[in-house]
Structure formats: C-alpha cells, structure tokens
Write a protein that binds this ligand. Structure first.
Ligand code: MN
Ligand code: MN
Length: 308
C-alpha cells in the first residue's frame, strides 16, 4: 500500500464515494424498474398507484432487489477491465460471452445476435449497423467511466467505443455511450446538474436531433431505442431534484423501465451521492450485488488513479 492509499486526500475519498453511489444507483434503478418493465404508465398506476418500493416480480418474476442484465453486464465488463488493467475489446467480448453462457435472467436481442456472431468469428467488433440503436451498450457504460476517469477525452471515447462495439456498432449508440460516460466523469468531479445539462445533454441533442428531450412531449413508455431511453432519462433527471424523485419519475413511465432506471440511477447516484440513496432501497438490494458493485467501484477508480 502506498502512502496515498493509507491517507487519501479528501477529493479522492469524495470521488470514490460518488463512484460507489453511481454503481449502487445503477443496480437500484435496475431492480426498481424491472418490476414494471414493458408496462404502460396506466397499467402501473392501476396495479401500484405509484411504484416506489423494491418488490421484485415483473415479467421476469424477480426476487425483491434482484437485478437484470443492465447490472450484470456492467459487472462482467468491470471484471474484464480489472483483469486487463484497461478497457480491452476482446476481453470485454469474452466476458460478455461467458456472461451469456451463464444464462442471465434477461438478454437483449442485439446483444445475443452479436455475441453469437463473436463466437463464430472471434472478432470483438460487431459489423456496423444503424439498426443496432438499442440501449444495450449504453446501459453498461459505468465501468468504463470509472476506469478511464482522468484520462484524455480521446482515450475515454475510444474506450467507450471498444466496449460498445462488441454488441452495438452504431453512431447513435456511440453518441449516447460517450455522452453518458463524460457526464458521469464530470459528476465525479462535482459538476452540478445544470453543468451536465449545458455541457452534455443539450449538445448531444444539437448534434443528433433524435436525442431532443426539451419541447417534446413527456416520454411515456420509453422503448429500448437508445434515443427514446435517453429522452426519458434526461427528462426525469433534469426535472427532479433528488435521487428518489427522479427514479420514481422514470420507472413509472414503464417501457424499458429497468434500463431507464439503471441509467438514471447511475447519473443520480453520481450527482447526489451516497447519502441520498434511500435506506429501504439500499437494504432491499440483493446483498451479493451490493457487495460486487461497491468492490468494483473502488477497484475501477483505483485503476483510474494508476499512471500510464
Ligand atoms: Mn434488463
Ligand atoms: Mn431493459
């Protein structure tokens, strides 16, 4: 252990806490949203009034606090980054392939198709397709954000694409992945929500009108299309003021609610910090998931600190 590890400066400790909050936010949003995945807001309201507890169930018949592919693919990616000491496309593809062999509770169509292709070809980059604009690469970006924290923007963007292209090789997916990673990294540095809005969310919508989220109708029932997903995420994140409020807002829109929940939870966790994560949600989260997320957050941020 170096001296730096024994007495981390305040700033490092704050960054580590925010990294842990990001990972726990991701998992909590996933577990909370999975209950109402593929439901409409009207169906959710009829069944629960407001869905705001970790109750499991849903179409996947989950236990309360159980997570889905959004969290487990992130953990698989994080493991591969820790094993390599960096983001590596082939290692990520192998990790995702092993994850698929272990029969996950859910898996996206694009993820499955391109991982089966990888098994045949050994080529970790999927062929380019504008049709592969699902949210499956964007939902698992967090380990990249943590491991490349503090590196040059070019390096960060290249790492984003390396992990994303294993299953989603698509310009809109790339734009979403890179924006989310840069947002998390700025939030780790203490950026405010307003900073994130003006530096990242508005510029993304200016570059790609598909991502417009202002002056459009509230996104109800967001699909797995990455632009639909981020529209709901941005509306909920920027129009609420706390962790609990934005997660309840986004998952009650239904649709791909585990994924909108996961991405919103990641942004909100990083921005608002650990102290805002409601204890009942944290206590209900599957204990092994909680431990893995916390351990990975610490370890990935440590990689980011290493020179070279
Ligand atoms: Mn899922
Ligand atoms: Mn989903």
């Amino acid at each position: 252990m170096s001296g730096r590890d024994e007495s981390p400066p305040y700033k490092t400790r704050m960054t580590t806490d925010r990294a842990i909050a990001a990972y726990l936010g991701l998992a909590i949003g996933d577990a909370l949203g999975a209950t109402v995945e593929f439901m409409t807001p009207r169906e959710i309201a009829a069944l629960y009034g407001v869905h705001d507890t970790m109750r499991g169930g849903g179409w996947l018949h989950l236990k309360p606090g159980q997570v889905t592919d959004d969290t487990t693919m992130s953990l698989a990616l994080g493991e591969s980054i820790l094993a390599q000491g960096k983001v590596d496309a082939l290692a990520a593809a192998q990790a995702f392939d092993a994850w698929m062999r272990a029969k996950p509770v859910d898996i996206g169509n694009t993820v499955r198709r391109n991982l089966l292709q990888f098994r045949k070809t050994g080529e970790p980059e999927a062929p380019y397709s504008d049709h592969d604009a699902g949210n499956g690469a964007a939902m698992r970006v967090l380990p990249v954000a943590l491991a490349t924290f503090g590196q040059s923007e070019d390096t960060v963007r290249a790492a984003c694409r390396a992990q994303a292209h294993v299953t989603h090789h698509c310009a809109l997916s790339d734009a979403a992945c890179e924006t989310l990673v840069l947002m998390v990294q700025d939030a780790l540095r203490g950026a405010t929500k307003n900073d994130l809005l003006h530096k990242h969310a508005h510029p993304l919508a200016a570059r790609h009108p598909e991502f417009r989220f202002r002056a459009v109708r509230q996104s109800q029932n967001p699909s797995g299309y990455v632009a639909d997903t981020l529209q709901a995420v941005f509306q909920s994140f920027f129009d609420t003021d706390d962790f609990r409020g934005c997660l309840i807002d986004v998952v009650n829109r239904g649709g791909d609610a585990d994924t909108t929940g996961a991405i919103t939870g990641m942004l909100a966790g990083t921005t608002y910090g650990l102290e805002q994560i409601p204890a009942p949600w944290l206590n209900a989260l599957d204990i092994n998931t909680l431990r893995s997320c916390e351990a990975q957050a610490r370890a990935l941020i440590r990689i980011a600190d290493m020179p070279g």
